[in-house]
Design a protein around this ligand. Sequence first.
Ligand code: 71H
Length: 406
Amino acid sequence: MGSSCSNHLGIPPGNGPNAVGCTDFMMDHTAEGTFFRLYYPCQEMESAGKPDWVPYKEYFNGLADFMKMNRALSERIFNYLFGSFKIPAYLDAPFKSNEKCPVIIFSHGLGAFRTLYSAICAEMASQGFIVASVEHRDQSASATYYFCEKPESERSNASLTKSSGATQQNLVKEWMYYRALQHGESEFPLRNKQVKQRADECILALDKLTEINSGISVQNVLETHFDWSTLKDSCHNSMDLCRIAVMGHSFGGATVIEALCKEVKFKCGVALDSWMTPLDDEIFPRVKQPIFFINSEKFQWAGNISRMKKLDSAVIQRKMITIRGTVHQSFPDFTFLTGNWIGKLMKLKGEIDPELAIDLCNKATLAFLQRHLGLEKNFNQWDPLINGEDENLIPGTNVNLLQSAI
Ligand SMILES: CCN(CC)CCN(C[C@]12C[C@](c3ccc(C(F)(F)F)cc3)(C1)C2)C(=O)Cn1c(SCc2ccc(F)cc2)nc(=O)c2c1C=CC2
């Protein structure tokens, strides 16, 4: 691995007071349903296992496609480098919280998928949030899967189909891989269509959590051992559906803006190194909620920053900070999983220590969420970070905007 054994490689666990549980949820059998990984405060469960960071090899195949690399070779490299990592959470542990939990819907970047931001999601859950990290079916994910019902002819008549429709035996898993821009294809129409679908998928995930909270029995196509009734409002403290935020990285940052515009239940948004290309300027005046742009030092450019600035408002809080020494990949989990020289070579690490960078990002996010969700926690201790008041932060941006005026 090219790193000394002292700095053990792995995804950092959450720092908050709650143990973190993790489970997967997929609604119905079509690609139009919602699919997300849920991170939540749970009972300590020494016996519980930890979920796989990359659950199926098909994700590595999709990542190879995304990186324009040969599948066979890169699947071995990815498996060797990343195949054994676990998520710092207890798989399917029972939900446990002594207060209602605010909710975050998280949207992944281009070529990513739902499991790659678990340092951020686990931290939020350890601090008392319920986080649904959605997996988009807009063909922007490296890979994703859904289920189709087998055609009549192939149905196994041995297993009587339950009244609720197909049983597992009659379902077949279909994989959807990353769709690259075709040669000569213009970027905006594809990305604008995708960002609209991504926002709808975030809203659908929220609607599903709302149903679960109200006790409507929901059908999880995935056979997990998680008891969804523990999330029901009546018998437990569960979700606080007045305190909902949307968060995302890069393409997921654009999804934040689109989702805020479409759904007022999202009270605020946190956009990590947002990629503004997919967005239509005409939606900017229609976004009424606070937005926090947390940028890396290396990814941004004048045109992208000037689009963010178009969202500046005298009446709605719009904040921006830049974390010194970070790169675009400082937000997803890869940044913790390779030694320094591989990490820097593959632009997975910047100059700053990855855990320090994600700590600053998470603390600034928590302070912003406390302010705009009206939480009664002590996250306001990190308010100075929202204004970039830290030696490793830059208020606003490091990008010189004058060049964009030329
Ligand atoms: C040649 C490929 N070309 C495709 C358009 C550009 C590829 N690229 C730069 C990369 C992703 C990189 C990466 C990943 C993963 C390893 C690994 F080896 F560790 F697996 C290495 C190296 C290659 C850094 C980006 O797209 C950057 N980017 C991202 S990266 C999100 C992501 C994807 C896969 C992950 F596993 C983790 C995170 N999300 C966005 O929403 C946007 C952009 C750009 C604009 C909008």
